[in-house]
Every structure is written in structure tokens, then in C-alpha cells.
Design a protein around this ligand. Structure first.
Ligand code: RAM
Length: 379
């Protein structure tokens, strides 16, 4: 137990649980753990399809032009609670900042199915497309065609290829998430020892692949030498496929200690499978999940800790960036700064390398804080 408390403290230092630091809600976040220094804009793991943009001067502040602002949000898939929460944030931003926002997208996390939605939005002549890419390169030509038609493209959550967006809004520092995943697995494995495995989303997902790579880098540190990564399986952000894959992990690896699911769909499926298999207390689940979806499994002991960011704020920030691009407040060039009054305590965001903006540090959830977060933020 002492081990767990110490390790959790270490995790919090990496994945800081910040009291209301990035919230668009008036209600403060529950636990006042110290924040780590503001993360620098993490480079996107997406492959480059075009030369990066030239730096420019910081912009002047300007209010969005509501009349001209029509934004289409294309998530990885609809029917995923994570993206519904993000869309609520975008809707709130549209109310606050002006403009209209709609969400369309495929029912499965499949990039080829995202392309027609991009093309339709382009034909409609919307002002901006906000997209979480199921595959960085598969959506790139359609997004570049949209950009050529004068539409601003904002990636959020999972990056399109560099050059196929104006700005990518990253939910958190990529390396920090990867290290946090390793640390939480280390927390949950007895004495930070034993077999671990990853249940991911789609095999092509930019964000999950970047986090897993960062986690593997962290695992090379001698501190984690007791952890053995059995492999990575893909549940495609589909509850049924994720369940089957989690069951497969338990069967293939009888000594498995931790399933790391860096996907809100996968982590719930894994926790359900562990409970149904009566492995509570011998196999643990961690990763990235919505607090509401994981509340029961945190208390049940299947998933003592996991992480996420403020998803509402992610949608809000993506919309705000789209609005600023459309009205010319920013161009999307590295080095530009901008503020969003209800986010980041009104402090400026800076566009970093590869035109990436980072929302802020994520939260680590456990039985001591999860109820308060859900009550305050509702997701
Ligand atoms: C899923 C999606 C999304 C990811 C979260 C953590 O809902 O794969 O891209 O950011 O999990």
C-alpha cells in the first residue's frame, strides 16, 4: 500500500491532477495536486506530407466573425461518449464565441469512412473542419483539398498528417501521456513486476500509436525492468471487438498483471472482462477513460487508477482555434500566441512545432477523486 501511495505520487507529478486549471466550467476540479510546468507543444507523431509552415508574428486579438463562421466537427466515430463530450465543448464555444457547429462522422473508427464527410463539408463551403483522424495519411488528401478551397482545418485528439491541417490541438503532451501509462502500469503491477499488455483503439490511430511509442520508450528505463510487455492488440474503439480482444489477452497470457488501454472504449471493455472473468485483484486495468464510464471499476478494484484530460475543454479549444483561424486572429504558424478567455486561466496558448497547441496536463483518477470529478464535470 505504501508502495502504491508513493508510486501514485510519482504519477501525479507526471500526469498532474490540476485543480480547475484548464476548465471551462465554473466548478473547480477535485484534487489540488501541484501542476507540472506547462508542457511545451508536443510534436505530432503524424508523418509529414508537406513542408512545415514559416514562423510569424504574434497575432492581435480580434473577436470571431459569427456571421461567417460555420464549423463541422468530424470525430473518429460518432456513438463514442468521448467525442460526444468533446462536441458539447465545441457547442459551448459556439455559444460563447459565435458561429454554428455541427458534428458528422462514421459510426466505425475508419478513416476511409471519414473522407466522404470531409468532401461533403468542402462542397458545402463551411468555414472550418475540426477532425480527429482515424489515420493520419488516409484523410490527408481530402483535408488538403479542403484547405485549397479556403477551409480552415483543425485537428483535435488524433492528428492528421502534418501539412493536412492548419493547427492540431493536442489534448496533452504526448511523451507525458506515454510516461503516465508506464507509471500507472507500474503502480498496478505488484512491485512493478510482471506481464503487461496494451489494448488499443484502431491500429492506424495517430494518437494511440504515439502514446504507445512514448510508453515503450519509458519502459526502457531500468526503473521498469520488472515489466514485460506481451504485446499490443486493437479493439478499434468498438465495444464488442475490444471485449473479444481483452478476453484474448487473458487467455493468451495467464500471468498477465495489467492491461493498459489508452482508449475510452477499450478501458471499459477491459475492466468488464476482468470482472466477468473473476480476475479482480489479480489482473488490473489502466489507461485513458472517461471518469463516468470508469467509476464503477475504480471502486470495484478492476481499475485503481487511470487518466484523462478535460474532454469538454478539448472540444472548446478546438472550436476556438477554428474561429481564430477563420477570422484571421491566427494563421496557425509556430510561435503565434492566442488566448481563449475561459480556458487556461485566460493565459495565452502558444502554437508550437508542427503547428501543435497543447490543451494542458491530464488528470489522474482514483477512488479518492473520481466521484467529485464526475459530479463537477459530468463526464
Ligand atoms: C477514445 C478515442 C480517442 C482517445 C480516447 C482516450 O475515445 O480513441 O481518440 O483520445 O479514447
Amino acid at each position: 500500500m505504501i508502495h502504491r501511495v508513493h508510486r501514485l505520487a510519482a504519477s501525479v507529478a507526471i500526469l498532474a491532477l490540476v485543480a480547475g486549471a484548464c476548465s471551462s466550467s465554473a466548478t473547480p476540479a477535485p484534487t489540488a495536486a501541484p501542476s507540472m510546468a506547462a508542457p511545451s507543444a508536443a510534436p505530432s507523431a503524424a508523418p509529414s506530407v508537406a513542408a512545415s509552415m514559416a514562423p510569424s508574428m504574434a497575432p492581435s486579438a480580434a473577436a470571431p466573425s459569427a456571421a461567417a463562421l460555420t464549423v463541422v466537427v468530424i470525430p473518429k466515430q460518432i456513438n463514442n461518449p468521448y467525442f460526444d463530450v468533446a462536441f458539447k465543448g465545441a457547442q459551448k464555444a459556439a455559444t460563447d464565441l459565435g458561429g454554428t457547429v455541427t458534428q458528422v462522422g462514421p459510426s466505425a473508427a475508419d478513416a476511409t469512412q471519414q473522407v466522404p464527410f470531409i468532401q461533403t463539408a468542402t462542397t458545402q463551403g463551411v468555414s472550418a473542419i475540426v477532425i480527429s483522424a482515424d489515420d493520419a495519411t488516409a484523410v490527408a488528401p481530402a483535408l488538403q483539398a479542403a484547405m485549397a478551397a479556403g477551409i480552415k482545418v483543425v485537428g483535435y485528439d488524433s492528428s492528421p498528417a502534418v501539412g493536412a491541417y492548419n493547427v492540431f490541438v493536442n489534448q496533452a503532451d504526448t511523451a507525458g501521456i506515454g510516461k503516465g501509462l508506464a507509471d500507472m502500469a507500474c503502480d498496478e503491477a505488484p512491485n512493478c513486476t510482471g506481464e503487461i499488455a496494451v489494448l488499443s483503439a484502431a491500429q492506424s490511430a495517430t494518437n494511440q500509436n504515439a502514446w504507445i511509442d512514448a510508453m515503450k520508450t519509458t519502459l526502457k528505463d531500468p526503473k521498469y525492468k520488472g515489466l514485460v510487455l506481451d504485446g499490443v492488440v486493437y479493439g478499434n474503439d468498438d465495444p464488442q471487438i475490444s471485449t473479444t480482444q481483452a478476453q484474448g489477452l487473458l487467455q493468451a497470457h495467464p500471468n498477465l498483471k495489467v492491461i493498459i488501454a489508452p482508449t475510452t472504449v477499450g478501458i471499459v471493455a477491459a475492466a468488464q472482462v476482468v470482472r466477468a472473468a473473476k480476475k479482480t485483484g489479480s489482473v488490473f486495468v489502466t489507461g485513458l477513460g472517461t471518469p463516468k464510464g470508469m467509476q464503477d471499476y475504480v471502486k470495484g478494484g478492476e481499475a485503481p487508477e487511470f487518466a484523462l484530460w478535460n474532454v469538454t475543454d478539448l472540444g472548446y479549444l478546438a472550436y476556438a482555434v477554428a474561429a481564430d483561424l477563420v477570422n484571421g486572429t491566427i494563421k496557425g504558424n509556430p510561435g503565434e500566441t492566442f488566448t481563449v478567455p475561459s480556458l487556461n486561466n485566460g493565459q495565452p496558448y502558444t502554437i508550437g512545432q508542427d503547428s501543435v497547441v497543447v490543451l494542458g496536463p491530464p488528470f489522474v483518477f482514483n477512488k479518492d477523486n473520481i466521484d467529485q470529478f464526475v459530479a463537477s464535470f459530468g463526464f
